[in-house]
Design a protein around this ligand. Structure first.
Ligand SMILES: Cc1cc2nc3c(=O)[nH]c(=O)nc-3n(C[C@H](O)[C@H](O)[C@H](O)COP(=O)(O)OP(=O)(O)OC[C@H]3O[C@@H](n4cnc5c(N)ncnc54)[C@H](O)[C@@H]3O)c2cc1C
Length: 390
């Protein structure tokens, strides 16, 4: 492999790196992935909205259809949904590989290869890529580098545009369990600070008798998840005869990056914090951002466009929703379990559930939650709005 063999090097062969690569038509692209296979290890619950599935290019790996959610506070429950199918559950390993196979028709892959960026000698402002592959070091000098290297993006850190001030990294633990006694049509979400203080716990039906039981929080997630499985009445009932068939841990970035482009490097997907702050879903925004990045890189290689245009574009599409989500998350984190119980009670007594069923969009959660909070507590809604405007 020669230094100038590729116009674009993408660091990370996850779904967003692949979608970015597949959308570059005017240049030669290499995708570098540190693992020996695409899609492993698993770090996802695999729940994707209808719109998200379309945005991802209708990949393979669908295992279940979902019509809504049972959402629990400590003592209350809201049932959202009706006959309409709202989301799908995917086997991420199959999905990621399918996306990668489609991408490999136009991009090269280098697996089991770890890539980092470094300043180009002589051209101080530009970066090159150093790849460690099976005991060998390779240096490439592409025109553009894409950091699609996930939640803990070393590319973003090396650029100095990702840090602990502009994003929070949460941890996760998830178990796949078989022989569960579950309503296959609904996901179960638990907002209960006894188990997760900063996020939530879930049970997602995978069809037949399989489920994913998982939890995201700041740390100690495995023990918190075991406590949830042992103590929570709903979980105990669903999982009473179940056994574990898979264990996974992961990281989720929650934040907003003012900069996602520096010199000849762009960040996409989790590396760019393109994740919904209220649910942790990253595939929909990731796919949208990847497509935008691919298009802008194409125009840049043609000589007509500054890479910075990527930032303008993704902000226009979903930047406001991420910002609003972060603001609402800050307010929700201040609520204790009793306040959440009261909010759930108010929602039950209002006609908001009908509104949510008719207009709820899981890809625009922040707008929906803001509407709900404003409806049940005008003062709270106004405080959030005031913060949003500042
Ligand atoms: C527990 C959990 C549950 C989730 N559930 C959902 C869900 O239900 N729905 C949803 O939409 N989203 C969900 N998400 C978020 C979703 O998984 C991510 O947003 C999505 O995977 C982002 O894709 P990506 O391609 O940006 O990053 P990743 O999928 O993380 O891919 C990054 C890739 O880069 C590779 N890599 C990293 N560093 C290097 C390097 N230096 N050199 C080479 N390769 C490198 C990694 O090996 C990896 O393959 C969940 C996340 C977690 C943690």
């Amino acid at each position: 492999m020669e230094k100038n063999d590729y116009d674009v090097v993408i660091i990370g062969g996850g779904p967003v790196g692949c979608i970015t690569g597949a959308n570059i038509k005017n240049g030669k692209v290499l995708i570098v992935e540190e693992h020996q296979s695409i899609g492993v290890p698993l770090q996802c619950a695999g729940l994707i909205s209808k719109k998200g599935v379309k945005e991802l290019g209708n990949p393979g790996g669908k295992v279940n259809e979902v019509r809504g959610a049972y959402i629990f506070s400590k003592r209350n429950m809201l049932k959202i949904g009706n006959e309409e199918i709202r989301a799908y559950v995917f086997e991420r390993k199959v999905m990621d590989k399918d996306i990668a196979i489609k991408t490999s028709r136009s991009c090269d892959f280098l697996l089991k290869a770890y890539a980092t960026i470094q300043r180009k000698e002589g051209k101080k402002k530009e970066y090159s890529v150093k790849i460690s592959h099976l005991g060998k070091d390779i240096e490439l000098q592409p025109k553009v580098i894409v950091g699609a290297d996930g939640a803990k993006s070393t590319t973003g850190k090396t650029l100095g545009i990702v840090n602990n001030k502009n994003r929070e990294i949460l941890s996760s633990c998830q178990l796949e369990m078989v022989n569960a006694d579950v309503d296959d049509d609904f996901v179960y979400v638990f907002f209960d600070k006894r188990y997760s203080e900063r996020f939530f716990t879930w049970i997602i039906p995978m069809g037949k008798d399989r489920v994913r039981v998982g939890l995201i929080d700041r740390g100690n997630c495995y023990n918190k998840l075991l406590k949830f499985i042992e103590e929570n009445k709903i979980a105990r009932e669903i999982l009473k005869n179940s056994t574990i068939s898979e264990f996974s841990t992961g990281s989720l970035p929650i934040g907003y990056l003012e900069r996602t482009v520096k010199n000849n490097v762009l960040l996409v997907g989790d590396a760019a914090c393109h994740v919904k702050p209220l649910s942790g879903g990253g595939l929909y925004y990731g796919a949208m951002g990847g497509k935008i990045a691919g298009k802008v890189i194409d125009e840049y290689l043609d000589g007509g466009r500054n890479l910075k245009y990527y930032e303008e574009m993704w902000r226009g599409e979903f930047g406001r929703e991420i910002k609003m989500g972060l603001m609402i998350r800050r307010v929700l984190l201040k609520f204790n379990d009793d306040t959440l119980d009261k909010i759930f009670e108010k929602i039950k007594k209002s006609d908001l559930l009908d509104y949510i069923n008719a207009h709820g969009d899981m890809d625009k959660q922040a707008s929906l939650v803001l509407k709900v909070l404003k409806s049940i507590d005008i003062g709270l809604g106004l405080r959030i709005l005031k913060n949003l405007i500042q």
